[in-house]
Design a protein around this ligand. Structure first.
Ligand code: SIN
Length: 293
């Protein structure tokens, strides 16, 4: 058995080319036996991709990824997605350099979220590489959206099956969001910036696994379609808290050279804002996804 459909964590070795070791009951597995910076044969990548969809987020240790290697590895999953709001620099506009410096009070990803769900076609995933990781602090938590959905009552599932939600970047970018004052990473705040708004089903069916998962998040989901924010708030707040219940999560302790690849279609994540004394520098690419249904 190698699937998260099983209630028990599995230390599977139904893989011929890689070793997959789950790190928590809900989701997350470390993969060893592969150097992701090097060109990889299709059979090895197929196992990595299967481990990704089965475990929702996968981790690699002791990797060395220059910009070209990070881009090449991300492209194995899907064409790269360019972030609409985070400002990038240099000749690699698909790479976001996530930097926390001593003195930063705010950080990228400090609320539970799926990435960039304001887009009509949000990214299917992301690759995050630890370039300079503090000796302690700066962990990332992930949550399993399938488990969050499956734990709901039949009555709630029936209610949610009829609901869509409005996702917007109004609180995370643009001049009104005032995100740039207290952090090193900057988002667009120029006067030409315009809000991006999309509607998505509250329960999404994963295009590869066919499983249903809860698809709302604190950074982007503003309200249910056809309702005001005030009317939506009680149920939305319940869902946002429910989705982050500890038993649906795993926590990843970074080292320099660690790599995480998450499936943005069925997970949430949050960067813990507890690095005050040290820099924390990560490089990220995102991969294109499809319209949630
Ligand atoms: C993100 O939200 O993509 C950043 C996560 C992290 O820095 O740990």
């Amino acid at each position: 058995m190698s699937s998260r459909l099983s209630p028990a964590p599995t230390y599977t070795n139904e893989y011929a080319r890689i070793c997959v070791s789950p790190i928590a009951g809900a989701l997350g597995a470390e993969i060893s036996g592969v150097d992701v910076s090097r060109p990889m044969d299709d059979a090895t990548f197929a196992e990595i991709r299967r481990a990704w969809t089965e475990n929702l987020v996968i981790f690699f240790r002791n990797q060395t990824l220059d910009d070209d290697a990070l881009i090449a590895f991300g492209r194995r999953f899907a064409p790269l997605f360019r972030h609409p709001n985070l400002l990038t620099e240099g000749p690699y506009p698909d790479i976001v350099r996530i930097r926390r410096m001593p003195g930063d009070k705010q950080i990228v990803g400090e609320d539970w979220h799926a990435d960039t769900t304001c887009m009509a076609q949000p990214p299917c995933g992301a690759v995050l590489y630890g370039v300079d990781v503090p000796p302690y602090g700066g962990d990332t938590l992930f949550a399993n959206g399938y488990l969050a959905y499956e734990a709901l009552s039949d009555g709630m599932k029936a209610l949610l099956s009829r609901l869509a939600a409005v996702h917007s970047d109004i609180t995370v970018a643009g001049p009104q969001a005032a995100r740039n004052k207290h952090r090193t990473n900057k988002v667009r705040e120029d006067s030409a910036w315009r809000e991006t708004v999309s509607e998505h089903p509250v329960v999404r069916t994963h295009p590869e696994t066919g499983r249903k998962g809860l698809f709302v998040n604190r950074s982007y989901t503003q309200r249910f379609s056809g309702m005001t924010a005030e009317e939506s708030a009680p149920l939305l707040e319940f869902l946002l808290r429910h989705a982050a219940r500890p038993e649906f999560t795993c926590r990843f302790r970074w080292e320099t050279g660690s790599v995480a690849v998450w499936d943005n279609r069925c997970t949430l994540h949050i960067a813990v804002n507890d690095v005050w004394k040290f820099p924390r520098i990560m490089h990220r690419v995102q991969m294109c996804g499809d319209r949630p249904v």
